[in-house]
Design a protein around this ligand. Structure first.
Ligand code: PMV
Length: 339
Protein backbone atom coordinates (compact mmCIF):
# COMPACT_ATOMS: atom_id res chain seq x y z
CA UNK A 1 0.00 0.00 0.00
CA UNK A 2 1.18 3.54 -0.79
CA UNK A 3 -0.07 6.70 0.93
CA UNK A 4 0.80 10.15 -0.35
CA UNK A 5 -0.08 13.65 0.82
CA UNK A 6 0.96 17.07 -0.49
CA UNK A 7 0.64 20.26 1.55
CA UNK A 8 1.76 23.88 1.32
CA UNK A 9 2.74 26.17 4.20
CA UNK A 10 3.51 29.88 4.06
CA UNK A 11 6.39 31.79 5.61
CA UNK A 12 5.89 33.98 8.67
CA UNK A 13 7.61 37.31 9.28
CA UNK A 14 8.42 38.07 12.92
CA UNK A 15 7.70 41.52 14.32
CA UNK A 16 8.99 40.53 17.76
CA UNK A 17 12.04 38.37 17.14
CA UNK A 18 12.80 35.00 18.69
CA UNK A 19 16.52 34.98 19.48
CA UNK A 20 18.11 32.65 22.01
CA UNK A 21 17.19 29.28 23.51
CA UNK A 22 16.95 28.15 27.12
CA UNK A 23 16.90 24.52 25.99
CA UNK A 24 18.78 23.59 22.80
CA UNK A 25 17.36 20.09 22.56
CA UNK A 26 13.67 20.89 23.02
CA UNK A 27 14.07 24.28 21.27
CA UNK A 28 12.61 26.32 24.11
CA UNK A 29 13.11 30.05 23.59
CA UNK A 30 14.43 32.72 25.96
CA UNK A 31 11.61 35.04 24.92
CA UNK A 32 8.14 34.95 23.39
CA UNK A 33 7.80 36.17 19.80
CA UNK A 34 5.10 37.28 17.36
CA UNK A 35 4.71 37.20 13.59
CA UNK A 36 2.36 37.61 10.65
CA UNK A 37 1.83 34.58 8.40
CA UNK A 38 1.92 35.33 4.69
CA UNK A 39 -0.67 34.47 2.10
CA UNK A 40 -0.66 30.89 0.88
CA UNK A 41 0.15 31.92 -2.72
CA UNK A 42 3.33 33.81 -1.86
CA UNK A 43 6.51 32.65 -0.13
CA UNK A 44 5.73 29.06 0.64
CA UNK A 45 6.97 25.50 0.91
CA UNK A 46 5.26 22.63 -0.86
CA UNK A 47 5.94 19.20 0.59
CA UNK A 48 4.88 15.73 -0.49
CA UNK A 49 5.29 12.75 1.81
CA UNK A 50 4.84 9.18 0.62
CA UNK A 51 4.74 6.18 2.96
CA UNK A 52 5.27 2.66 1.70
CA UNK A 53 6.00 -0.79 3.12
CA UNK A 54 8.34 -1.26 0.15
CA UNK A 55 10.71 1.59 1.06
CA UNK A 56 13.82 0.39 2.86
CA UNK A 57 14.62 3.67 4.63
CA UNK A 58 13.31 7.18 5.35
CA UNK A 59 14.58 9.79 2.88
CA UNK A 60 14.19 13.51 2.18
CA UNK A 61 14.85 15.75 -0.82
CA UNK A 62 14.99 19.54 -0.43
CA UNK A 63 14.67 21.57 -3.64
CA UNK A 64 15.56 18.45 -5.63
CA UNK A 65 18.69 17.56 -3.62
CA UNK A 66 18.84 14.56 -1.30
CA UNK A 67 19.49 15.67 2.27
CA UNK A 68 20.73 13.75 5.28
CA UNK A 69 17.60 12.67 7.15
CA UNK A 70 19.61 11.47 10.13
CA UNK A 71 19.98 14.95 11.62
CA UNK A 72 18.71 15.38 15.19
CA UNK A 73 15.90 17.69 14.04
CA UNK A 74 14.49 15.44 11.34
CA UNK A 75 14.79 12.43 13.61
CA UNK A 76 13.06 14.20 16.52
CA UNK A 77 10.19 15.26 14.26
CA UNK A 78 9.76 11.75 12.84
CA UNK A 79 9.90 10.18 16.30
CA UNK A 80 7.32 12.58 17.77
CA UNK A 81 4.97 12.11 14.82
CA UNK A 82 5.24 8.33 14.95
CA UNK A 83 4.67 8.30 18.72
CA UNK A 84 1.30 10.03 18.19
CA UNK A 85 0.33 8.10 15.01
CA UNK A 86 -3.15 6.68 14.60
CA UNK A 87 -2.54 5.52 10.99
CA UNK A 88 0.10 3.35 9.28
CA UNK A 89 0.63 1.48 12.53
CA UNK A 90 0.10 -2.07 11.29
CA UNK A 91 3.31 -2.63 9.32
CA UNK A 92 6.71 -0.95 9.27
CA UNK A 93 6.40 1.97 6.84
CA UNK A 94 9.24 4.20 5.75
CA UNK A 95 8.56 7.64 4.38
CA UNK A 96 9.97 9.56 1.41
CA UNK A 97 9.63 13.33 1.61
CA UNK A 98 10.08 15.88 -1.14
CA UNK A 99 10.06 19.57 -0.28
CA UNK A 100 10.32 22.65 -2.50
CA UNK A 101 10.53 26.35 -1.61
CA UNK A 102 9.36 28.91 -4.16
CA UNK A 103 11.92 31.43 -2.76
CA UNK A 104 15.62 31.49 -1.69
CA UNK A 105 16.38 28.90 1.00
CA UNK A 106 18.33 29.83 4.18
CA UNK A 107 18.78 33.45 3.10
CA UNK A 108 17.00 34.98 6.07
CA UNK A 109 13.57 34.66 4.47
CA UNK A 110 12.23 32.22 7.04
CA UNK A 111 12.57 29.13 4.85
CA UNK A 112 12.98 26.91 7.91
CA UNK A 113 9.67 28.23 9.30
CA UNK A 114 7.55 27.25 6.31
CA UNK A 115 9.71 24.18 5.72
CA UNK A 116 9.27 22.53 9.10
CA UNK A 117 5.63 23.68 9.48
CA UNK A 118 4.87 22.01 6.16
CA UNK A 119 6.88 18.88 6.97
CA UNK A 120 5.16 18.40 10.32
CA UNK A 121 1.72 19.08 8.90
CA UNK A 122 2.16 16.68 6.00
CA UNK A 123 3.48 13.94 8.30
CA UNK A 124 0.66 14.58 10.78
CA UNK A 125 -1.86 14.05 7.96
CA UNK A 126 -0.08 10.94 6.74
CA UNK A 127 0.20 9.35 10.18
CA UNK A 128 -3.19 10.57 11.48
CA UNK A 129 -1.85 12.83 14.23
CA UNK A 130 -4.49 15.17 15.64
CA UNK A 131 -4.39 18.05 18.14
CA UNK A 132 -1.79 20.84 18.40
CA UNK A 133 1.20 20.16 16.13
CA UNK A 134 2.99 23.48 16.75
CA UNK A 135 5.15 21.89 19.45
CA UNK A 136 6.39 19.29 16.94
CA UNK A 137 7.09 22.04 14.38
CA UNK A 138 8.99 23.90 17.11
CA UNK A 139 11.30 20.91 17.56
CA UNK A 140 12.18 21.18 13.86
CA UNK A 141 12.83 24.91 13.87
CA UNK A 142 11.62 27.30 16.55
CA UNK A 143 9.98 29.88 14.29
CA UNK A 144 8.18 27.09 12.37
CA UNK A 145 5.62 26.72 15.14
CA UNK A 146 4.21 30.15 14.20
CA UNK A 147 3.65 29.11 10.55
CA UNK A 148 1.22 26.41 11.68
CA UNK A 149 -1.45 29.12 12.01
CA UNK A 150 -2.56 31.97 9.74
CA UNK A 151 -3.02 35.64 10.62
CA UNK A 152 -0.99 37.04 13.53
CA UNK A 153 0.53 34.37 15.71
CA UNK A 154 2.50 34.45 18.94
CA UNK A 155 4.83 31.79 20.21
CA UNK A 156 4.48 31.72 23.95
CA UNK A 157 7.84 30.89 25.48
CA UNK A 158 6.16 28.87 28.25
CA UNK A 159 7.54 27.99 31.66
CA UNK A 160 7.52 24.18 31.76
CA UNK A 161 10.85 22.39 31.40
CA UNK A 162 9.31 19.74 29.12
CA UNK A 163 8.16 22.42 26.64
CA UNK A 164 4.49 21.44 26.89
CA UNK A 165 3.39 25.10 27.15
CA UNK A 166 5.85 26.47 24.57
CA UNK A 167 3.32 26.58 21.74
CA UNK A 168 1.99 28.86 19.02
CA UNK A 169 -1.30 30.69 19.57
CA UNK A 170 -3.23 32.71 17.01
CA UNK A 171 -3.56 36.33 18.18
CA UNK A 172 -5.85 37.41 15.34
CA UNK A 173 -7.15 35.52 12.31
CA UNK A 174 -6.14 36.43 8.77
CA UNK A 175 -9.45 38.22 8.24
CA UNK A 176 -8.89 40.60 11.19
CA UNK A 177 -6.54 43.08 9.48
CA UNK A 178 -6.87 42.37 5.75
CA UNK A 179 -5.43 45.80 4.84
CA UNK A 180 -2.01 44.77 6.15
CA UNK A 181 0.53 44.01 3.42
CA UNK A 182 4.14 42.99 3.30
CA UNK A 183 6.65 44.03 0.66
CA UNK A 184 9.77 41.87 0.54
CA UNK A 185 12.90 43.53 -0.81
CA UNK A 186 15.30 40.78 -1.79
CA UNK A 187 18.69 42.36 -1.18
CA UNK A 188 20.68 39.14 -1.37
CA UNK A 189 19.48 35.60 -1.94
CA UNK A 190 22.71 33.86 -0.88
CA UNK A 191 22.79 31.47 2.08
CA UNK A 192 23.64 33.33 5.30
CA UNK A 193 27.11 32.94 6.83
CA UNK A 194 26.05 32.46 10.46
CA UNK A 195 23.11 30.10 10.93
CA UNK A 196 20.43 31.25 13.36
CA UNK A 197 21.27 28.25 15.59
CA UNK A 198 24.92 29.31 15.93
CA UNK A 199 24.06 32.99 16.18
CA UNK A 200 21.52 32.47 18.95
CA UNK A 201 23.87 30.32 20.98
CA UNK A 202 26.63 32.92 20.73
CA UNK A 203 24.34 35.86 21.52
CA UNK A 204 22.80 34.15 24.54
CA UNK A 205 26.27 33.46 25.92
CA UNK A 206 27.93 36.79 25.19
CA UNK A 207 25.65 39.75 24.33
CA UNK A 208 25.20 42.08 27.31
CA UNK A 209 21.85 43.16 25.83
CA UNK A 210 20.19 39.75 26.10
CA UNK A 211 19.31 39.86 29.78
CA UNK A 212 17.23 43.03 29.74
CA UNK A 213 15.74 42.18 26.34
CA UNK A 214 14.36 38.89 27.61
CA UNK A 215 13.42 40.04 31.12
CA UNK A 216 11.56 43.28 30.44
CA UNK A 217 11.76 44.68 26.90
CA UNK A 218 10.19 41.81 24.96
CA UNK A 219 7.42 41.03 27.50
CA UNK A 220 6.31 44.70 27.36
CA UNK A 221 6.51 44.75 23.54
CA UNK A 222 4.48 41.55 23.31
CA UNK A 223 1.68 43.12 25.33
CA UNK A 224 1.81 46.40 23.37
CA UNK A 225 1.92 44.85 19.91
CA UNK A 226 -0.90 42.43 20.69
CA UNK A 227 -3.05 45.39 21.76
CA UNK A 228 -2.02 47.29 18.60
CA UNK A 229 -3.01 44.33 16.42
CA UNK A 230 -6.39 44.02 18.15
CA UNK A 231 -6.97 47.79 17.64
CA UNK A 232 -5.52 47.74 14.09
CA UNK A 233 -3.23 50.56 15.26
CA UNK A 234 -0.51 50.69 12.60
CA UNK A 235 1.42 53.55 14.27
CA UNK A 236 2.14 51.50 17.39
CA UNK A 237 2.53 48.27 15.41
CA UNK A 238 5.08 49.85 13.05
CA UNK A 239 7.01 51.57 15.80
CA UNK A 240 7.42 48.38 17.85
CA UNK A 241 8.25 46.30 14.77
CA UNK A 242 11.13 48.58 13.73
CA UNK A 243 12.43 48.92 17.30
CA UNK A 244 12.50 45.18 17.81
CA UNK A 245 14.28 44.61 14.50
CA UNK A 246 16.87 47.29 15.43
CA UNK A 247 17.38 45.74 18.87
CA UNK A 248 17.75 42.25 17.46
CA UNK A 249 20.53 43.41 15.11
CA UNK A 250 22.12 45.36 17.98
CA UNK A 251 22.15 42.13 20.01
CA UNK A 252 23.94 40.47 17.09
CA UNK A 253 26.44 43.34 16.84
CA UNK A 254 27.21 43.11 20.57
CA UNK A 255 27.72 39.34 20.38
CA UNK A 256 31.29 38.10 20.69
CA UNK A 257 32.47 37.65 17.97
CA UNK A 258 29.98 40.07 16.42
CA UNK A 259 27.42 38.89 13.87
CA UNK A 260 26.36 41.20 11.06
CA UNK A 261 23.35 40.12 9.04
CA UNK A 262 22.59 43.56 7.57
CA UNK A 263 24.59 45.14 4.76
CA UNK A 264 24.84 48.68 3.32
CA UNK A 265 21.71 48.17 1.21
CA UNK A 266 19.74 47.05 4.28
CA UNK A 267 20.84 50.18 6.15
CA UNK A 268 19.99 52.32 3.13
CA UNK A 269 16.46 50.87 3.21
CA UNK A 270 16.16 51.56 6.95
CA UNK A 271 17.15 55.22 6.44
CA UNK A 272 14.81 55.55 3.47
CA UNK A 273 11.86 54.20 5.52
CA UNK A 274 12.63 56.57 8.41
CA UNK A 275 12.91 59.58 6.05
CA UNK A 276 9.69 58.65 4.25
CA UNK A 277 7.82 58.29 7.55
CA UNK A 278 9.24 61.55 8.89
CA UNK A 279 8.29 63.43 5.73
CA UNK A 280 4.77 61.98 5.94
CA UNK A 281 4.39 62.95 9.61
CA UNK A 282 3.40 59.38 10.47
CA UNK A 283 4.55 55.80 10.08
CA UNK A 284 3.55 54.77 6.58
CA UNK A 285 5.58 51.60 6.49
CA UNK A 286 7.76 49.61 8.91
CA UNK A 287 10.82 47.50 8.13
CA UNK A 288 11.94 44.34 9.81
CA UNK A 289 15.02 42.18 9.08
CA UNK A 290 15.56 38.57 10.15
CA UNK A 291 18.94 36.82 10.12
CA UNK A 292 19.82 38.21 6.70
CA UNK A 293 20.00 41.47 4.72
CA UNK A 294 16.56 41.18 3.08
CA UNK A 295 13.94 43.70 4.14
CA UNK A 296 10.34 42.88 4.95
CA UNK A 297 8.18 45.98 4.96
CA UNK A 298 4.85 45.86 6.78
CA UNK A 299 2.42 48.50 5.52
CA UNK A 300 -1.31 49.18 5.13
CA UNK A 301 -2.79 48.60 1.67
CA UNK A 302 -3.35 52.34 1.13
CA UNK A 303 0.43 52.98 1.18
CA UNK A 304 1.51 50.13 -1.10
CA UNK A 305 1.55 52.03 -4.41
CA UNK A 306 3.42 55.01 -2.97
CA UNK A 307 5.94 52.85 -1.10
CA UNK A 308 6.57 50.62 -4.12
CA UNK A 309 7.17 53.72 -6.25
CA UNK A 310 9.67 54.94 -3.66
CA UNK A 311 11.56 51.66 -3.49
CA UNK A 312 11.65 51.14 -7.26
CA UNK A 313 12.94 54.70 -7.69
CA UNK A 314 15.79 54.00 -5.27
CA UNK A 315 16.45 50.44 -6.47
CA UNK A 316 15.68 50.42 -10.18
CA UNK A 317 15.59 46.92 -11.65
CA UNK A 318 15.80 45.22 -8.28
CA UNK A 319 13.86 42.20 -7.12
CA UNK A 320 10.90 43.79 -5.35
CA UNK A 321 8.01 41.59 -4.40
CA UNK A 322 4.69 42.39 -2.77
CA UNK A 323 3.13 39.74 -0.65
CA UNK A 324 -0.37 40.19 0.56
CA UNK A 325 -1.30 38.68 3.83
CA UNK A 326 -4.75 39.00 5.25
CA UNK A 327 -6.74 36.52 3.26
CA UNK A 328 -8.46 33.42 4.46
CA UNK A 329 -5.82 31.45 2.56
CA UNK A 330 -2.94 32.09 4.94
CA UNK A 331 -3.32 28.77 6.70
CA UNK A 332 -1.52 25.57 5.87
CA UNK A 333 -3.32 23.78 3.10
CA UNK A 334 -3.69 20.14 2.20
CA UNK A 335 -3.85 19.95 -1.56
CA UNK A 336 -3.73 16.26 -2.49
CA UNK A 337 -4.27 12.99 -0.83
CA UNK A 338 -3.92 9.52 -2.36
CA UNK A 339 -4.38 6.40 -0.36
O1 PMV B 1 13.56 29.26 13.66
P1 PMV B 1 14.96 29.69 13.42
O2 PMV B 1 15.93 28.86 14.18
O3 PMV B 1 15.29 29.76 11.96
O4 PMV B 1 15.15 31.17 14.00
C1 PMV B 1 14.57 32.31 13.42
C2 PMV B 1 15.00 33.56 14.07
C3 PMV B 1 14.56 34.85 13.42
O5 PMV B 1 14.09 34.63 12.12
C4 PMV B 1 15.76 35.78 13.31
C5 PMV B 1 13.50 35.55 14.25
C6 PMV B 1 12.11 34.96 14.24
O6 PMV B 1 11.45 35.08 15.26
O7 PMV B 1 11.68 34.42 13.22
Amino acid sequence: MLSSITCTAPVNIATIKYWGKRDEKLILPLNSSLSGTLHQDDLKTTTTAVASENFTEDAIWLNGKKEDINTTRYQNVLRMIRSRATKLMDKKHFVHICSINNFPTAAGLASSASGYACLVYVLAQLYGVSGDISAIARIGSGSACRSVYGGFVKWEMGAESDGSDSIAVQVAPETHWPEMNIIVLVVNDKKKETSSTDGMQRSAATSPMMKERCATIVPQRMRDIEAAIQARDFQTFGDITMKDSDDFHEVCATTDPAIYYLNDTSRYIMNLVHKYNKMSGKIKCAYTFDAGPNACIYLPEENVVEALALFTKHFPGSDLSTYYRGSDKSNIEKIEHYQ
